[in-house]
Design a protein around this ligand. Structure first.
Ligand SMILES: *[C@@H]1O[C@H](CO)[C@@H](O)[C@H](O)[C@H]1NC(C)=O
Ligand SMILES: *[C@@H]1O[C@H](CO)[C@@H](O)[C@H](O)[C@H]1NC(C)=O
Ligand SMILES: [Zn+2]
Length: 502
């Protein structure tokens, strides 16, 4: 009798507990899927061939992530970018992403896009003079010895190179000025300021060489070519628009510099009509006073009048922790906001509650169409709401943020949280040439494998590419979306047929 009761209660108990267990499992799966459905890309529906391609892509992605999950010490993407930038190019997934149509680059700086090997080639052009100083070099094109002061003496680059006795060593020393890549970044790039100094030095050293008008135009032409080669169809490029010069002593002001870009673009488009084009964001240095910003604004307005279809808008650049905060120029920027579209860098910082962090608020209230970096955004729930409400895109540059010391391990990049919430994200690359990255492929690969969820798939990749078109300033969005779809279909076809790796 007692045993019967005991048995009965055990059976009853286990039935109930099985039920509870099943409910918990169901709830767990529901929650998992509800959250996955919130992720960027959730609104993309894949057709049959895309689903096949997705299986191939996800197999490759799982292999890479599972390998790393088991052996974290071997996971490429948790190391320093300088350590893995070349080895990942061997990854099949990287090659696939390189072939993938990625849409547009919406955040990149004009003289930071090409590799140090490209810049080294520029030093082979005739009439380049060099001055070796204690810790730096100066470079200037000129028919005669330049008048500018030099701590040692100006020489023709050609003479310096061939009198060095070892051209190879000379070139490899020279190349170091054109890249911030080094073997021991953890010892040398110890904090944000030390790496920024080196980064800014690149722009100072190359500035006078790139300011020679023929080189300036060729660099832009070759940038467009490099973007096209990396399967990017359109670029909105930021420039400080420096004065240019030529060998006849002519000097060209910022407006003329913008015109020279437009003429170069026209030449490129007639050579490569399948490229979609480029627009200009005038982005001068922020470490100035309000009076100077007022002058910048006048220049921006003039360029807009002169080149209405080429001019996209206005921004300010430079290290935010050190430069003047945007609020110092609020009056000037408020006044011009109906005439100029804004694309402010903001919140490119690890600090919280500082002027650099609060630049995010200024960017929003000034009506920015997109915000550059917004690295600090995760700490601001209200600002996230505003960004969604106002449909302001966030231009995320993962590799830049890693190299410039905002994050050590990209798995901790705030982009993970932006993607999880389906915030309006576009991926970009900032200054890929300076750290020897491809124009856009490294950033897509690192974001997809190292930052996004293991579950994030082809839908996310497609959505990121589509976002870059949607949040661009292109007027005819239907046409570019249609052109993109044609390229995309070809790409999917090559993935399914296995041709994409060759
Ligand atoms: C690092 O990348 C290389 C090249 O793709 C690959 O052979 C290697 O397996 C990767 N390591 C891990 C753990 O993913
Ligand atoms: C540099 O010039 C050499 C010789 O003209 C050329 O083969 C090479 O492709 C150039 N490199 C780059 C990165 O443009
Ligand atoms: Zn930038």
């Amino acid at each position: 009798m007692w045993t019967t009761i005991l048995c009965l209660s055990i059976v009853l108990f286990s039935v109930v507990s099985q039920d509870v267990y099943n409910n918990v499992v169901k709830e767990r799966n529901d929650i998992l899927h509800r959250e996955l459905d919130m992720m960027l890309g959730n609104d993309i529906e894949l057709c049959d061939s895309e689903m096949k391609a997705n299986d191939i892509i996800m197999d490759l992605k799982r292999q890479e992530i599972e390998g790393g999950f088991l052996e974290p010490q071997a996971f490429n993407l948790s190391k320093h970018f300088f350590e893995y930038k070349d080895v990942v190019k061997e990854s099949q997934l990287f090659k696939l992403i390189q072939k993938m149509p990625k849409g547009a680059i919406l955040h990149a700086h004009d003289t930071g896009l090409l590799s140090p090997d490209y810049v080294l080639n520029v030093t082979y052009l005739p009439d380049l003079h060099v001055c070796f100083e204690e810790n730096d070099i100066r470079l200037l094109f000129s028919t005669n010895t330049p008048d500018e002061t030099c701590e040692t003496q100006w020489q023709l680059m050609k003479d310096a190179r061939y009198s060095s006795g070892n051209v190879e060593r000379f070139d490899s020393e020279l190349r170091k000025y054109f890249s911030i890549v080094i073997d021991n970044p953890s010892e040398v790039h110890t904090d944000v300021n030390s790496v920024w100094l080196k980064f800014q030095q690149y722009f100072i050293t190359t500035g006078a060489m790139f300011g020679y008008k023929p080189v300036w135009e060729q660099y832009f032409y070759d940038t467009l070519k490099a973007c096209r080669d990396d399967n990017v169809m359109y670029i909105e490029i930021r420039s400080v628009l420096p004065e240019l010069y030529d060998l006849d002593g002519n000097v060209y002001d910022s407006v003329e510099t913008a015109v020279s870009y437009k003429e170069t673009l026209d030449r490129f488009m007639s050579d490569y009509p399948d490229f979609y084009g480029a627009k200009l964001i005038y982005a001068p240095l922020r470490m100035v006073d309000a009076k100077t910003v007022k002058q910048y604004i006048e220049i921006a307005k003039e360029i807009k009048r002169k080149l209405p279809d080429f001019f996209a808008g206005f921004d300010l650049v430079g290290q935010e922790d050190k430069g003047s905060p945007t609020k110092d120029f609020l009056a000037e920027l408020v006044e011009a906001r109906w005439e100029l579209d804004y694309f402010f860098h903001a919140g490119e910082t690890n600090w919280y509650g500082t002027s650099s962090d609060e630049n995010l608020i200024d960017a929003i209230v000034l009506g920015s169409r997109r915000i550059g970096h917004a690295f600090a955004l995760t700490k601001h729930p209200l600002l996230i709401d505003e960004i969604v409400k106002r449909d302001i895109a966030i231009e995320v540059n993962v590799v830049s943020n890693a190299v410039l010391k905002l994050v050590e391990d990209v798995r901790n990049h705030p982009l993970a949280s932006f993607l999880a919430q389906d915030l309006p994200v576009v991926l970009s690359s900032d200054d890929p040439g300076v750290w020897e990255a491809e124009p856009l492929s490294h950033d897509f690969y690192v974001a997809f494998v190292g930052v996004a969820s293991k579950h994030a798939d082809l839908r996310m990749l497609k959505k990121l590419a589509l976002n870059s078109l949607y949040y661009s300033t292109i007027k005819d969005k239907d046409k570019i979306a249609h052109d993109f779809e044609i390229r995309w279909t070809k790409f999917i076809d090559s993935v399914v047929r296995g041709n994409v790796f060759y």
